[in-house]
Design a protein around this ligand. Sequence first.
Ligand SMILES: [Zn+2]
Length: 280
Amino acid sequence: MHPPADADARRAIAPVICYPNDSLPAPDLALYRAARDGADKTGEVLVPPRDARAFRVPAGHVFRISPVEGPQVGDLNLWNAHDLSERFYSGKSRALHGTHLTTGERMWSSFPHLRPMATIIEDTLSWYGIDQYGGSVHDVIGTRCDPYTGNLLSGTQYHHCCHSNLTRALAYETGMSLHEAEPHVHDVLNVFMCTGFTRDTGQYFMKASPVRPGDHLDFFAEIDLLGALSACPGGDCSSEHSSDAAACHPLLVEVFAPQPGALDGWTSPPVNGYDRSHGR
Ligand SMILES: [Zn+2]
């Protein structure tokens, strides 16, 4: 196809940020961090390699995800603990904050709720920034590794992709069957994963995660949460996923309860204010 005469001029138009994020309500990070600093640990869940576990976090509590033995990527799903139809909305979180999340940014919930489910209050990998390949950490651009894509591309039957791990974990936690649980699994926050899009072909890429034992990501639960975390079969995602080839390590989820009074004046965010009449 021949380009039009003004092709260069059209390409030269400067981009406009879709959602200027200075209009987003800012989280009170000082309050959240002070609550965390005085908090008591109330529980922990160790997620085995190539598997997932569910966990619950009451509103106002903090949860921390950390690798314990070596570099490991995690796939995180979040639901409203009382209504699984309200779940993490990766695409809108990406539209609001960008391709990768870090300190002060939020995991937003699906329509019609569209409210913060969790706020990242500390990210020990925030130093990484955006590397020379356009890669960064904790993306909301991937989906989750799954057995259907593996079957499509190479005819495999692999059962420990994050999609299946999350399905098993949710089924076990809720008592649902696997077939009942599966439709609740959704696109993830790729915790500790280093990803981007190639500049020349626009393809999704991954590279070895910079995470090391001692790093962590801390989240403030804005509402009562049911979470599930999969320790991806890709390990640090330096080579491949959707197989048992990569070195994999456990991930630790710890939950902390703030002291009474530490969150005085704070309440869970209300559901979105749109009236849902849709023009009728
Ligand atoms: Zn995975």
